[in-house]
Design a protein around this ligand. Structure first.
Ligand SMILES: *Cc1c(COP(=O)(O)O)cnc(C)c1O
Length: 441
């Protein structure tokens, strides 16, 4: 499969090159040159397929022959080593729980998939006969540079821990991620390093983008593990297939609501629809960082600096994947609006929703899931015959500072979290891009 840059000013590249580069040299995001629908038989038989078989069928065309079939199957098996339950919260409304992985965030899937692809491509380098005598090849190490607004850092740290030939540097905004999130990205050691940035998520993301384009850093072989990287982004399409498999027998139109920040998750859902998955409508639910809801309202894309909220993994002022969504709709707003809505909610509305969901249904939603629920409820008014699914993107324990006082509950600590609680946080404080460069050396 070839990938082109959405800025249309860089050469087309292979899957491998796109994964290794992250962003194209013209600063554009990579996009697959084609999306081929899966055969009808796949959808007819989906309930008889395992999650691994579904994932393999879905991702195969995007990887092509660049990873052998048996290796790709192994990567998928290691990626999907946990469950994706679809839980009925109230009549016709389901929570697709994406938080049962090692760091209890949905980003585990993308991070695990990407790290293993990169590991495979690195191993290839060392084994490559032509390169054996090449002294420069000693430096064939990759450095993954990633900005996190919360959950990416932990998922990437865990997903890449111990992967040979890959060093990981994580930038996170000081004081704007939860204690557990901070521990997940600062306590692992080995090939994982954390930088605590005096600023917002957008500042972290800007520094990372700048570093990728900085010629003086070329020797580091920098790549991204944000959802701008296709290997982080594309595997997220699996969730939508899994939910379809679980709900297919009800034979009703499906409306999906994604709590959205960088819009990678929902963008992967739209690819699934392009591949033939019958999804009636998408809702991108946001907190007060409402660049996309405003765009749908007035047609003007006007990013603003991000504001801090209780759903901090979505505190994104300029969602990087939105250009990919616009590409799929040929920048045609009218067409886009037929499939897609976007609503914004305040922290007060989010808190109220968490309380209602718990009081009425006994279900504990954390702030991101609650934002997803709110958007879903709103959109379902237009789809009386549909069933709705909101993506619950993190375990409530990840946001216990909000969940416990809001619902007046005490959450048991899952074993994945217990393992990081006692450890010391190790990070380096930085404020400017020059300090990042100095750190990289
Ligand atoms: C990253 C994240 C989101 C937002 O996902 P995008 O793909 O960036 O839109 C939502 N919820 C949680 C818990 C996250 O970590």
């Amino acid at each position: 499969m070839k990938y082109y840059s959405l800025n249309h000013n860089a050469p087309d590249v292979s899957f491998q090159e796109a994964v290794i580069q992250g962003l194209a040299i013209d600063k554009g995001l990579y996009f697959p040159e084609s999306i081929t629908p899966l055969p009808q038989a796949f959808f007819d038989e989906i309930e008889n397929l395992s999650n691994e078989e579904i994932a393999f069928a879905a991702i195969r065309q995007f990887v092509g022959e660049e990873i052998p079939e048996n290796v790709l199957k192994e990567i998928i098996a290691e990626t999907l080593c946990f469950d994706f339950p679809v839980v009925e919260v109230e009549k016709g409304i389901y929570s697709l729980e994406l938080f049962h992985g090692p760091t209890m965030a949905f980003k585990d899937v993308g991070a695990r998939f990407m790290s293993r692809c990169l590991g495979y491509f690195n191993k290839d380098n060392k084994d490559n006969k032509d390169n054996k005598d090449n002294k420069d090849n000693k430096d064939s190490k990759n450095t993954v540079l990633v900005a996190t607004s919360g959950d990416t850092g932990g998922a990437v740290a865990s997903g890449f821990l111990g992967v040979k030939g890959v060093e990981v540097i994580i930038l996170y905004p000081s004081g704007k991620v939860s204690d557990i999130q901070e521990r997940q990205l600062t306590t692992l050691g080995q090939n994982i390093k954390a930088l605590k940035v005096d600023g917002f998520f957008d500042d972290c993301q800007d520094m990372v983008k700048k570093a990728f384009l900085d010629d003086s850093l070329k020797h580091h072989n920098l790549t991204s593990a944000n959802s701008i990287n296709i290997a982080r982004w594309l595997p997220q399409m699996f969730y939508f297939f899994f939910a379809y498999k679980a709900l297919k027998k009800q034979n009703k139109p499906l409306v999906f609501s994604c709590p959205s920040g960088n819009f990678g998750n929902i963008c992967a859902g739209i690819i699934a629809k392009k591949m033939g998955l019958p999804i009636a409508h998408f809702v991108a639910s946001t907190n007060v960082n409402d660049t996309v809801p405003r765009f749908l309202e007035n047609g003007i894309y006007d990013p603003k600096p991000s504001k801090a909220t209780i759903s901090n993994a979505m505190d994104v002022g300029n969602p990087s994947n939105f250009v990919r969504i616009q590409e799929m709709y040929n920048n045609d707003l009218a067409q886009f609006k037929k499939d897609f809505s976007s609503f914004t909610f305040t922290d007060d509305e989010t808190i109220a929703a968490m309380k209602t969901i718990y009081a009425t249904n006994g279900y504990i939603a954390e702030p991101h899931g609650a934002v997803g629920y709110l958007g879903l409820k709103k959109e379902l008014e237009n789809h009386p015959n549909a069933i709705g699914i909101f993506l619950e993107t993190a375990h409530p324990i990840k946001f216990l500072d909000t969940v416990e006082p809001t619902l007046n509950v005490k959450l048991p600590i899952p074993k994945q979290i217990e393992s990081v609680l006692g450890k010391d946080k190790i990070s380096t404080k930085i404020k400017t891009y020059e300090e990042l460069k100095a750190f990289l050396g």
